[in-house]
Design a protein around this ligand. Structure first.
Ligand SMILES: [Zn+2]
Length: 60
């Protein structure tokens, strides 16, 4: 049942700086394992410091 590796329910999403609204990272997650919104402390090149980033499904 759970032994096959096929295309999983992974979904790409962007990480956006909550300070300046800039997309800084694109990553992916497993929708089944991760249900809550992510919030990560990451470096923002526009703010030039580590800020809080949150996920946004808007991808180009
Ligand atoms: Zn920023």
């Amino acid at each position: 049942m759970a032994g096959k590796k096929k295309k999983g329910p992974r979904q790409a999403f962007g990480l956006k700086c909550t300070v300046c609204d800039t997309f800084n990272y694109i990553t992916e997650r497993n929708k089944l394992n991760t249900t809550e919104k992510l919030k990560l402390h990451k470096y923002c090149k526009k703010c030039r410091k580590a800020t809080e980033h949150k996920e946004s499904s808007k991808l180009k």
